[in-house]
Write a protein of this length. Structure first.
Ligand SMILES: Cc1cc2nc3c(=O)[nH]c(=O)nc-3n(C[C@H](O)[C@H](O)[C@H](O)COP(=O)(O)O)c2cc1C
Length: 248
């Protein structure tokens, strides 16, 4: 085993602290604007993300117009209301914080790059299988870049909020015109950040033993579909909106 140098230990300690301290906030102080250069520092991290075929199928639009932030918030509030009516039973957060968030970045994905990954493109069943995988590669690539941006924002001391553009087709139709996103691109996420209005809390995280196996999958911790259904019913609402120290 190679010895860990003091510099590496220090770098890891700094890094893991940023990972631990990255916490979701959903309401931000509108009177604490983000300096322009911080947007660049954050997107500089996004720029270095890994991606399938090194396609870098992402683009980031920094939202500067308060009316557009309001329009994004209005869309999400309306979407959450209609989902509540559909009785999806998903514990929905308050999306009004989007309107006053000082940092709001629209994450755009370019799905045309799925052609950069192994696909046949002949319309066959096999092609469909490879295309599905190619879409996953693309999604994971954009998420990898976005995650770097979130960590950079956390490193700068901001609270962060990862909002997925739910509602798909409807969301695209509502959000793309606001930011003149070309037809063939997709709004996939919204990255929100700023000085939290209240101190963010640490949410429950699985421990290492729950997420790691050595050699082969540890079946002792395997969850059946039934276990997961129970978790959704009994635990999900707690882990989403409660400090981990307050979960019984
Ligand atoms: C892919 C992804 C999608 C998410 N979508 C939403 C969302 O649409 N709305 C929201 O309020 N939070 C969203 N979140 C934030 C999660 O709820 C949050 O990360 C989770 O509860 C864990 O809390 P933490 O970020 O403080 O560790 C999303 C996070 C990820 C990674």
């Amino acid at each position: 085993m190679t010895a860990t140098t003091a510099a590496a230990t220090q770098a890891y300690d700094t890094f893991i602290e940023i990972c631990r301290e990255r916490k979701t906030s959903r309401a931000f102080d509108p009177s604490a604007p983000i300096p322009k250069e911080h947007f660049d520092l954050i997107l500089e991290a996004a720029r270095h993300g890994p991606s399938g075929a090194n396609a870098q199928p992402w683009h980031y639009i920094i939202v500067t117009d308060p009316d557009k932030k309001q329009a994004v918030a209005d869309y999400f509030v309306a979407e959450a209301t209609s989902r509540a009516k559909l009785k999806m039973k998903f514990p929905t957060p308050n999306y009004r914080g989007l309107a006053t968030a000082p940092g709001l970045i629209i994450v755009v994905a370019d799905f045309r790059y799925i052609k950069a990954f192994p696909i046949l493109n002949d319309g066959s069943d096999l092609d469909a299988m490879y295309k599905e995988n190619a879409q996953r590669i693309l999604l994971q690539s954009v998420a990898a870049s976005t995650m770097s941006a979130h960590l950079a924002a956390a490193a700068l001391g901001y609270g962060v909020w990862w909002v997925t553009a739910i509602g798909q087709e409807q969301a695209q139709n509502a959000l793309k015109p606001l930011f003149d996103v070309p037809d063939d691109l997709s709004v996939i996420d919204i990255m929100v950040f700023g000085k939290p209005l209240k101190a963010p809390y640490k949410r429950w995280k699985k421990n290492l033993d729950q997420i790691r196996s050595w050699g082969v999958y540890n079946r002792d911790i395997y969850m059946t579909q039934e276990d997961i259904d129970t978790w959704i019913k009994e635990e999900r609402h707690k882990v989403m909106y409660r400090d981990e120290s307050k979960i019984d």
